[in-house]
Write a protein that binds this ligand. Structure first.
Ligand code: NAP
Length: 434
C-alpha cells in the first residue's frame, strides 16, 4: 500500500521525518512524501540558524540531499500553508500531514525599554546574518562599543561570538554579505553575555564553550570565583552529572585561560536578571538585579548592576508561530506525543519546544512516524498537493533547489567561501527557474 504523507517545513525535523518514513518502507508499505516549504530554499535552521563559523554542523545538509534524492520524495518550496494551501485541504488530500514548522518567534523579556531601537531578539538577528530573505532589513546599529546578550544558551553564545570576533574570520564563511559588510564597520569591542542563574544552570553545551578560548582575536573572560562557587554548590548537592561536570570544567578553563591582551573582549556574567533597558529612543544601558544562589535556588539581592551598552540582543528561547488551522499552547503546536488531531502530526521544535541539537530531531521524528504507521488504515484515493495549489503558482522543486544551490556554491568558489547565499526572494525563484 502506498500512503501519501505531506511534511510541512523543510528543516531538520522535516527531513528526519522523511528519512524515518523511507526507512520504515517494506514490501507491503510505502510512502509518497511531499515536503512543503514556505521559503524558496530548504534546510531550515541549517541554512538560517546555524552560525556561519560552524560549518561542520551544516554538513548534515548532505544527509538531507540524500533523502531528497530518493524517488518517493518531492520538494514543494515557495508554498505557504495558510496562504497558498490550507491545512484543511492538506488533511483531505494526504493520509498524514506532519507539521515540522519549528519555532521562529523570539521570546520577550517583558521588561521596560525592550521596544527601544537596537534592542533586538536573536530571532531577528540570527536570520539577518544568515541571509534569510525575510530578515535582510533587520535594523542593526553596530556603532556602539559594547553589546549585551541576554540568555546563557547556545544561541546567546553564537550571537555573542559573531559580534565579538574579528569579522575577517567570517570571510571564508557563508555569512550574509550585507551582515559581513556591517560587521566590518562595527565599533563593538566588548560583548557581555548575561545569564540569570549560576554557571551550573547555564544551557551552553561543552563543545561550544570549549571553542571560545580558540578565538584568535578575542579574549574571553569569566569570573573564576563564580565557577568555583558553582562547582562547590553542585558537589555539595550530590553526584554531579557528566554534562554538567564537562560544562563547569570548560567554563573554568576559560576563566583560567591566559589572555592575549587583545582589544576584542567577550565576557560571560552569571546571576544577573535584566529588569530594565534604558535610553533616549535607543538602547543606552541595561539594568540588572544581582542574584545569589541560596539553598539550591536563585534569589535576587538588593544589589543592581548597570551595563552601559548600545545594543542588546535577547536570546531566551523561541515560540512556534501560529498559522490558520493550528493552535499554539506554551509556544508549541497543541499536541499529544506528536499527534495534533485526525491525521495531523507534529515534530521537532513545533512539537516539543526549542530544545536539543539538530540530531535530537531524529528520534523525535522517528517516534512520530511510528505513531503515523500505527494509525494508518487505507490509502486515500487523492491527488495530493497538485489538486489544491492554484494553477500558475510557482513552486521550487528539488531540481529548482539544486539549481539555486549550484549557483550559490559556484559564486562561493569564486569568493573563497562555501557558498554566497542569495537573499532576494524573487532572484531565488528566478535562479530556481533558469
Ligand atoms: P536555551 O538553550 O533554552 O537557552 C535559553 C537561555 O535563556 C537560558 O539560559 C535561560 O535561562 C535564558 N532565559 C530564558 N528566559 C529568560 C528571561 N526571562 N530572562 C533571562 N534569561 C532567560 O535556548 P537557545 O539558546 O535559544 O537554544 C535553543 C536550542 O538550540 C538549545 O537546545 C540549544 O542547545 C540549541 N542550539 C544548539 C547550537 C549548537 O549545537 N551549536 C547552537 C544554537 C542553538 P534559564 O535556564 O534560567 O531559564
Amino acid at each position: 500500500m502506498i500512503f501519501k504523507v505531506a511534511i510541512v517545513g523543510a528543516g531538520p525535523a522535516g527531513y528526519f521525518t522523511a528519512q524515518a518514513l523511507q526507512n520504515a518502507q517494506n514490501e507491503d508499505l510505502s510512502f509518497s512524501i511531499d515536503m512543503i516549504e514556505r521559503l524558496p530554499t530548504p534546510w531550515g535552521l541549517v541554512r538560517s540558524g546555524v552560525a556561519p563559523d560552524h560549518p561542520k554542523i551544516k554538513m548534515v545538509s548532505k544527509v538531507f540531499e540524500k533523502i531528497a534524492k530518493e524517488p518517493n520524495f518531492r520538494l514543494f518550496a515557495n508554498v505557504e500553508v495558510g496562504r497558498d494551501v490550507s491545512l484543511k485541504d492538506l488533511r483531505e488530500q494526504y493520509d498524514a500531514v506532519v507539521l515540522a514548522t519549528g519555532a521562529s518567534k523570539g521570546r520577550k523579556l517583558g521588561i521596560p525599554g525592550e521596544e527601544l531601537a537596537n534592542s533586538l531578539s536573536a530571532a531577528d538577528f540570527v536570520p539577518w546574518y544568515n541571509a534569510h530573505p525575510d530578515y535582510v532589513n533587520t535594523e542593526v546599529d553596530l556603532s556602539c562599543d559594547t553589546a549585551v546578550v541576554i540568555g546563557a544558551g547556545n544561541v546567546a553564545m553564537d550571537v555573542a561570538r559573531i559580534l565579538a570576533i574579528d569579522p575577517t574570520e567570517l570571510d571564508p564563511t557563508d555569512v550574509a554579505e550585507h551582515a559581513l559588510m556591517k560587521l566590518k564597520e562595527s565599533n563593538i569591542r566588548t560583548v557581555i553575555i548575561c545569564g540569570r542563574r549560576g554557571p551550573e544552570h547555564a544551557a551552553f553545551t561543552a563543545p561550544e564553550i570549549r571553542d571560545l578560548p580558540k578565538l584568535e582575536f578575542t579574549d574571553v573572560y569569566i569570573d573564576e570565583k563564580q565557577i568555583n562557587a558553582a562547582a562547590k554548590r553542585v558537589t555539595i548537592s550530590g553526584e554531579v552529572e557528566k554534562d554538567l561536570k564537562n560544562n563547569l570544567e570548560a567554563l573554568k578553563l576559560i576563566a583560567e585561560h591566559i589572555k592575549k591582551g587583545v582589544e576584542r573582549k567577550l565576557e560571560i556574567k552569571f546571576l544577573a536578571t535584566p529588569v530594565a533597558i534604558k535610553g533616549n529612543k535607543k538602547v543606552e544601558e541595561i539594568v540588572f538585579t544581582v542574584n545569589k544562589a541560596e539553598n539550591g535556588k536563585v534569589v535576587s539581592t538588593k544589589e543592581t548592576l548597570t551595563i552601559k551598552a548600545g545594543l542588546v540582543i535577547t536570546a531566551i528561547g523561541y515560540d512556534a508561530v501560529e498559522y490558520p488551522g493550528i493552535t499554539i499552547e506554551n509556544g508549541r503546536i497543541n499536541n499529544i506525543a506528536g499527534h495534533v488531531e485526525h491525521n495531523v502530526y507534529t515534530t521537532g521544535w513545533a512539537k516539543r519546544g526549542p530544545t536539543g541539537v539538530i540530531g535530537t530531531n531524529k528520534s523525535d521524528s522517528s517516534d512520530v512516524v511510528d505513531l503515523i504507521i500505527e494509525n494508518l488504515k487505507e490509502p486515500k484515493d487523492s491527488e495530493g498537493i497538485t489538486a489544491i495549489l492554484k494553477s500558475g503558482h510557482e513552486i521550487i522543486d528539488q531540481l529548482g533547489w539544486e539549481k539555486i544551490n549550484a549557483s550559490e556554491v559556484i559564486s562561493g568558489e569564486i569568493a573563497g567561501k562555501p557558498r554566497v547565499k542569495e537573499v532576494d526572494w524573487k532572484r531565488l525563484i528566478s535562479l530556481g527557474r533558469s
